[in-house]
Design a protein around this ligand. Structure first.
Ligand code: CA
Length: 232
């Protein structure tokens, strides 16, 4: 592995140039591939520390490229996505992408996310499957999946949006702890300037989906403070 080499697979020259500039200023070496084919070749040759992978590429799209990368090595991958690409973003996370950043992005935030992913991948060289059970709810953090397994009902996958899953997973890591709306925005919607009522709206939809699937009322509103997840 080339410790400070970041490979950018991105067909928009201008975006790639901006990223390269910021990466170099931060002490990284930046390499740029224009499409998936070239990207795969460069990944094999350069053995980068991390790959920034655009989801919309000519020819093989980012999802195909991610699958090919995953079949060959364990490079951490951050997807560059569009806000309208939620389905593909979710798919990419399920296929093992480590994080995603929506365009248009702030290059400084991309650098911060790269450092966060590199720290994570260094501290856990052999990722293990992580699941969590909370009442009738089961969460698979690696697969980005939440399932309802009610005692007297049908087991089913919850049809959650990316933001709903992030909110649920974030709160489930510390059940019973109360999270403020600000905390939830910072941890689960870092790419948006969401308002408190946007959090309320996501959580209200999430609460309904959990109830419909037979998980009961897991989300508790703590008046004047925020939200918490309880299994009773
Ligand atoms: Ca593109």
């Amino acid at each position: 592995m080339t410790e400070n080499c970041i490979l950018i697979i991105e067909d928009e020259q201008e975006i790639a140039e901006i990223l390269q500039l910021y990466l170099q200023q931060d002490g990284f070496q930046a390499a740029h591939a224009m499409d998936g084919r070239q990207g795969l070749q460069m990944a094999r040759r350069l053995q980068p520390a991390l790959i920034l992978l655009d989801i919309r590429l000519p020819g093989q799209n980012g999802i195909d490229v991610l699958q090919a990368l995953r079949a060959e090595g364990h490079w951490p991958v951050i997807m560059l996505t569009a806000l309208t690409d939620e389905v593909n973003t979710l798919l990419a996370l399920r296929l093992g992408a480590d994080d995603y950043i929506s365009k248009p992005f702030n290059p400084a935030e991309v650098i911060a996310r790269i450092h966060a992913v590199l720290r994570r991948s260094l501290s856990s060289p052999t990722p293990t499957a992580r699941t969590l059970r909370l009442g009738a709810l089961s969460i698979d953090f690696d697969m980005h999946l939440a399932r309802a397994c009610p005692v007297d009902g049908v087991e089913q996958e919850l049809p959650l949006t990316l933001t709903e899953f992030r909110l649920l997973a974030h709160m489930a890591r510390q059940p019973r702890r109360c999270f403020s709306r600000n905390e939830l925005i910072e941890s689960c919607m870092p790419e948006s300037d969401a308002l408190d009522r946007v959090v309320d709206s996501h959580l209200s939809k999430l609460r309904k989906k959990l109830q419909m699937a037979g998980c009961g009322d897991l989300i508790e509103t703590v008046r004047g403070v925020g939200y918490r997840l309880c299994s009773d």
